[in-house]
Design a protein around this ligand. Structure first.
Ligand code: AMP
Length: 153
């Protein structure tokens, strides 16, 4: 009879173990114009990034889709909106957020419907993000390490 090794168990992991820390996360600020946010998104290749205030507190997220939506006029693209509208006025504020101490399964549940989760401290300061990629990597490693238990070849 095989057993899942305690140290390999997913329930031992917390968000801190697999998050991307804040200094490695691309972000924009509340008062940035949309053109700056679009540049960051296009250059980084990410579909959405966190929005922070000047003290590094998490305020929301912003994605390519919602920025492009602001340029849609009735007969043409209104590109001038990119320089006049600020991130703050169109960012998504209804986003999930967790603490570093959140367990693996809390992260997994949220990542079914979101491509990343923002991690904040008790005062709302931004600590980093947990991505779908990171959680899938942990799951893959877990199944691989316990392949005998799961009768995988
Ligand atoms: P992934 O699971 O790696 O595809 O990442 C999911 C999403 O998380 C990406 O589409 C981005 O919106 C966001 N993301 C991942 N890595 C970063 C990063 N270093 N900085 C900002 N956003 C990121």
């Amino acid at each position: 009879m095989d057993f899942i090794k305690q140290e390999d168990a997913l329930y031992n992991l917390t968000a801190e173990d697999f998050m991307i820390s804040s200094e490695k996360v691309a972000h924009v600020q509340l008062n940035n114009p949309l053109e700056h946010a679009l540049l960051i998104l296009l250059k980084s290749g990410y579909s959405a990034v966190p929005v922070l205030d000047s003290k590094y507190r998490l305020k929301g997220t912003i994605g390519k889709g919602s920025i492009l939506n602001e340029t849609l006029g009735i007969e043409r693209f209104e590109m001038e909106n990119l320089s006049t509208i600020k991130v703050e006025s169109i960012m998504d504020t209804n986003i999930p957020r967790l603490r570093k101490s959140a367990n693996f399964f809390e992260c997994l549940t949220i990542l079914i419907n979101h491509s990343f989760i923002c991690i904040v401290d008790e005062n709302g300061f931004f600590d980093g993000i947990v991505t779908r990629r990171a959680i899938l990597k942990q799951l893959n490693q877990y199944f691989y390490l316990n392949k005998d238990v799961f009768k995988m070849s």
